[in-house]
Design a protein around this ligand. Structure first.
Ligand code: ADP
Ligand code: MG
Length: 242
């Protein structure tokens, strides 16, 4: 579904990505793990077109999307979350999901006022899927950290997409919510969604991912089934210094 080939990205003197290559298969959960600062978020940023790529290519569903701007990437069907949750303080849970559902090639404002007949049902479905147990009129500013993570996930899920990219969906959440989010990711995959998941913690992806890539200093140092990665010496070494 997506092929990343030899992608380079420098920030001043720092090589955040140094020839990174990977593939995302349709209908699978692909995990990208690696120590802090290894370039995981930067890879998401270049894929989603918010950080310009220096070198390399990105193809999505057979199309070259390497230098496409972010709104065109989104329109191609790539939806993502951010490591730092991005929500509107004065917008309710309901409105966040409503806007996300009607995101397409039109402007945000126009979408906001456009209603679809099946929208209430779809909003309910998305909120049930993530298990955000709060009245839909609750403002984002009145949610706990964990609830914000869930709403951010709901927004990404609600946007029309064929690839869902999640940047550390369980960072900083309690063990119970961690299990809940794991269940959500499993449910999405079971419905046929394609997922590219960034995670710092190797253990989280072990019983979740179909395939794991390990990024270190901007390069993929290992790839394979979770159990193949677990005892890989290069991987353990990369994590030791973290
Ligand atoms: P990860 O998500 O794996 O923790 P990042 O992709 O956030 O790693 O960062 C990789 C490297 O690139 C780090 O050294 C980081 O400081 C640097 N970096 C990331 N984004 C920027 C930016 N916008 N400007 C300058 N340096 C950046
Ligand atoms: Mg990151």
């Amino acid at each position: 579904m997506m092929r990343i080939t030899k992608v380079h990205k420098n920030f001043g003197g720092v090589a955040a990505l140094a020839g990174c290559s990977l593939m995302v298969d349709s209908g699978k959960i692909t995990a990208l793990i690696g120590p802090n600062g290894s370039g995981k978020t930067t890879l998401f940023n270049v894929i989603s077109g918010i950080v310009p790529i220096d070198k390399g290519t990105i193809s999505f569903q057979g199309k070259d999307v390497t230098r496409k701007p972010d709104y065109l990437i989104a329109r191609q069907g790539i939806s993502r979350t951010f490591q730092q949750v991005r929500l509107f303080k004065n917008l309710s849970i309901h409105d966040h999901v409503a806007i996300a559902l009607s995101t397409n090639d039109e402007t945000l404002l126009r979408n906001f006022f456009r209603t679809r007949k099946d929208q209430p049902k779809r909003i309910k479905q998305v909120l049930e899927l993530v298990g955000l147990d709060k009245p839909p009129q609750t403002y984002a500013s009145d949610l706990s950290y964990g609830q914000r993570k869930l709403l951010d996930l709901a927004v990404a899920i609600a946007k029309p997409h064929s690839l869902l990219m999640l940047d550390e969906p369980v960072a900083g959440v309690n063990p119970k919510l961690r299990q809940q989010i794991k269940g959500i990711i499993r449910a999405l995959a079971a419905k046929g969604d394609t997922i590219l998941l960034i995670e710092h913690d190797m253990n989280f992806v072990m019983d979740l991912a179909d395939k794991v890539y390990v990024l270190d200093a901007g390069t993929i140092i290992a790839e394979g089934l979770p159990r193949q990665i677990q005892d890989n010496e290069k991987v353990l070494e990369a994590y030791l210094g973290d």
